[in-house]
Design a protein around this ligand. Structure first.
Ligand SMILES: Cc1cc2nc3c(=O)[nH]c(=O)nc-3n(C[C@H](O)[C@H](O)[C@H](O)COP(=O)(O)OP(=O)(O)OC[C@H]3O[C@@H](n4cnc5c(N)ncnc54)[C@H](O)[C@@H]3O)c2cc1C
Length: 403
């Protein structure tokens, strides 16, 4: 039995559109209220932003929720127009939208122990309760235990399929998803548990197969050997490979990070040198950003890069570096201007290194390190790295300009 207030199929769509509008209005009021707290003379003031961290963080959540509701409404409209908005799709859209709307009114769960409420962002009572329009209330009250139970019933019937409910992917992405799922089932799932228990690397032969399938070149433009697909392709591929083993699903992320950096900020010569080789899987990159005590706040990092003739010399500590020993190329973030304490003093380097082994993870001068043993997320291994004058050719400063 569906809930008394529940709407379904086509009648849900105007409700979702109206809810999307109400959430956008709330977000706009929240932007104004937080702006009043953190700006001075029309500009964001660093001290005020520091003081009002919680409100700023909360605003990010509110904006994300408003966008999520807009996307649910857009998904519903598109699915309906293509005749793909069945009962399960309709239930999922309703339950999802109702949850976000309820939280926007009652309090947004930013983490397990932190809830931000609208008055904390500076919204007045009227601005806050304005979200409870008739369609919003109808959607919230429509998400009952009965609607959830019906959704579970339909989900149970889809066991064994890649997902439940129509994901809304187009034909190309659906085909990629099917191909990756078949590959994952055949080549990853049978071995994943053994790789995990033995804490082994994902085999290079499997990485070669992934290269053949284009896993490392999905979003790169064709001129650099890529498939020219959007970020959605990366999500679909990562999801299907991770279904087999997280270490496999996450392998391509490092290539994606390096490609994104080089494509957007590299010189023409750097693009020509690295992008095709990363795309083909010949070069395995690793992202070298985090330092002991510096994670989210990367702008404060302290690893130094000092120009010395034709090279920069890196000195400092890095930690939690995934796939570091087996990688061929490090994208290293380091400080080139010590007078500048924030992100403006940082530069990115494309630092080549030889592949290491378990016995000798970093066979390179000016670089040592060791494995951080982990309980999960195995297959690429995690490392501490210590740079002591490690040389990177000056030509490998990303974009050729410091800062
Ligand atoms: C398995 C694994 C693999 C990793 N691989 C890599 C890698 O390949 N390369 C690499 O460079 N790094 C890697 N990292 C490091 C990762 O990027 C950092 O752990 C991450 O950036 C968070 O930093 P932190 O752990 O120091 O946490 P912190 O920055 O100390 O954060 C702790 C908590 O505080 C919250 N928080 C932080 N700042 C704020 C704020 N301003 N407002 C509100 N809340 C805040 C965070 O959300 C978090 O919940 C890896 C980490 C893990 C666990």
């Amino acid at each position: 039995m569906r809930g008394r207030e529940a709407a379904a199929g086509p009648e849900l769509i105007p409700l979702l559109d109206a809810a999307s509008e109400a959430a956008a209005t709330l977000r706009d009021r929240a932007v104004e209220a937080v702006a009043a707290k953190v700006t001075v003379g029309g500009k964001v003031d660093t001290a005020a932003l520091e003081r009002e961290q919680r409100a700023a963080h909360g605003l990010a959540w509110v904006a994300t929720y408003a966008e999520a509701i807009a996307q649910i409404a857009s998904y519903a409209r598109r699915m309906e127009s293509e005749g793909r908005f069945g009962e399960l799709e309709s239930l999922l859209a309703q339950i999802g939208a109702a949850e976000y709307l309820s939280q926007l009114f009652g309090g947004v769960l930013m983490s397990q122990g932190e809830i931000v409420r609208m008055h904390e962002l500076g919204l007045s009572k009227d601005q806050h309760v304005a979200i409870l329009t008739e369609p919003v209330v109808k959607l919230i009250l429509g998400a009952t235990p009965e609607t959830r139970a019906r959704a579970v019933e339909l989900i149970k019937a889809t066991q064994g399929t890649a997902s439940f409910g129509d994901t809304g992917l187009d034909e190309t992405l659906q085909a990629i998803r099917d191909e990756m799922r078949r590959f994952s089932e055949a080549e990853v799932v049978p071995h994943a548990q053994e790789w995990h228990l033995k804490d082994e690397y994902v085999p290079l032969e499997l990485i070669a197969q992934m290269s053949e399938l284009g896993v490392f070149s999905l979003t790169l433009p064709e001129e650099f050997g890529g498939l020219g697909l959007g970020k959605e392709a990366m999500c679909v591929v990562s999801e299907e490979l991770s279904r087999g083993y997280i270490g496999v699903g996450s392998l391509g992320t490092r290539s994606e990070i390096a490609e994104e950096l080089i494509l957007n900020a590299g010189t023409d010569a750097q693009k020509q040198e690295w992008l095709p080789r990363i795309a083909s899987g010949e070069v395995l990159p690793t992202a070298v950003f985090t330092e002991p005590n510096i994670g989210s706040d990367l702008a404060s990092l302290t690893t130094r890069a000092v120009r010395d003739g034709d090279v920069y010399r890196l000195t400092g500590q890095k930690t939690w570096i995934t796939h570091a020993a087996r990688a061929d190329l490090m994208t290293v973030l380091a400080r080139t201007d010590p007078k500048e304490k924030g992100y403006r003093g940082l530069s990115m380097f494309l630092a080549p290194k030889p592949r290491g082994t378990d016995d000798n993870p970093f066979p390179a001068q000016g670089m040592t390190g060791g494995e951080i043993e982990v309980l999960g997320y195995r297959g690429m291994k995690e490392f501490d790295i210590s740079f002591d004058g490690f040389a990177v050719p000056a030509a490998n400063l990303l974009g050729g300009v410091e800062g």
